[in-house]
Design a binder for this molecule. Sequence first.
Ligand code: CP
Length: 312
Amino acid sequence: MNWTRKDLIAIQDLQPEEIIHILDTALTFEEVGQRDVKKVPALRGKTLVNLFIEPSTRTRTSFELAAYRLSADVVNITATASSITKGETLKDTALNLQALHADIIVIRHSSAGAAKFLADRLDVSVINAGDGAHEHPTQALLDAFTIRQKKGRIAGLNVTILGDILYSRVARSNIHLLTKLGARVTLAGPSTLVPRVFEEMGCRVCYDIEEAIADADVINLLRIQHERQRQTMFPSIGEYAAIFGLTKERFDRTKPDALIMHPGPINRGVEIDSDLADCKRSVILQQVTHGLAVRMAVLYLCAGAQPAEEAA
Ligand code: CP
């Protein structure tokens, strides 16, 4: 297909065939990661700026490595080491990066809508690396890539997302992607963090963890997003772990081929028993590895996008 989007802001915006195209493109890039020389010239001469106004380990590093593997130049900017601390606005910061001939800005920001705000005002490609509790599109894409690799398909699978759904951008992007591609999505956790309004997104909402995971092909665990919670959402971490944590006893009662996923960072002993995080059916680190190929695909497609009016 002809890729026409210069930006990747939200899975909600994408057609199912666009999602499949990114996943298929990522498959071709995964092979690059297995070569001795892990580099192709696809983005030679292009400059990527990683503008991370919130902390990150996996996403920032993997966008940086993805850009290097595509032969792009990379500049990393964090909030504390930038003139944002002197009162410069996000728009002015980004306009200055564009004036320096950046070709792609990858942005993570605490405010929902920050990536779209920039994409609407800049000529450069803008990639959303997580905006508040709104979306984290490349996380959902790498999760889908991992499910496809392990299960061979997404349509018809039962995927349970367990934890803090309300404050999770990963949950929203996954819900959009999985329902677009025909999976059945169950959301589970405390009622304060999994309000019934999510049923309007085409999900089943369940407050009994045993019931939520009984038929799951994939269990995607989410940590408590303390940084976005403005009030106490449950009595204590200990109580949360006891009622909603994935323990060995609970996991032993699931399907024998159910996968454990987690976007990271994991909080061992809270949403997941430490041993389970490292067990054979956990694909948590494989998700991280797949993130590299998925982000290469996203950078390659968006930086080379041919807008629909030009392609016509
Ligand atoms: N999954 C994820 O977004 O991790 P980081 O916050 O470390 O980037």
